[in-house]
Design a protein around this ligand. Structure first.
Ligand SMILES: [Zn+2]
Length: 159
């Protein structure tokens, strides 16, 4: 009789212990009877279970991720204000970042941007020269007066 009580008490203790472990891991399952009948084995199995991440926690994780990304976006805005630089790959980098994650250095990017600007300026320049030549031709054939030509020339050359 005494032995039965001891076994019962042991089973109940193991049942509660197993249940406590499984609840602690985030499971909603009832493991009391597993603990009650299998004792230490159920306890070990429960302890070996991976941590169950509930959907609420997962949502919280997503919200945190979202918040982090928002924070990054805000940082982008601040960075540009604080002398950050934008790589031609679209990545925004802080002023202290020398090399973009795409591998281009700030100097590279500025070179490329400068070259592009120069090319555009050159294109504009040759365009202006072409126009000037046309005006000169108009002057030569008498379609433009000297004054008109000079005015056009000043306009084109930003004099
Ligand atoms: Zn880049």
């Amino acid at each position: 009789m005494g032995q039965i009580i001891i076994v019962l008490v042991y089973g109940i203790i193991m049942g509660f212990a197993t249940q406590a472990i499984i609840e602690n891991k985030g499971y909603n399952d009832n493991w009391f009877w597993w603990g009650f009948f299998f004792g230490i084995i159920a306890l070990i199995v429960a302890a070996a279970r991976p941590q169950c991440v509930s959907s609420i926690e997962m949502n919280r994780g997503l919200a945190e991720e979202q918040e982090k990304q928002n924070e990054l976006k805000r940082k982008d805005g601040r960075m540009l204000q604080e002398d950050g630089w934008k790589c031609i790959c679209g990545q925004l980098n802080a002023s202290y970042v020398g090399t973009c994650s795409c591998g281009r250095t700030r100097a590279d990017v500025e070179d490329i941007k400068k070259k592009k600007e120069q090319e555009q300026n050159q294109a504009g320049e040759s365009e202006r020269l072409k126009q000037l030549q046309q005006y000169k031709a108009l002057l030569d054939c008498g379609a433009l007066t000297e004054e008109e030509f000079t005015a056009k020339k000043k306009q084109l050359l930003n004099l």
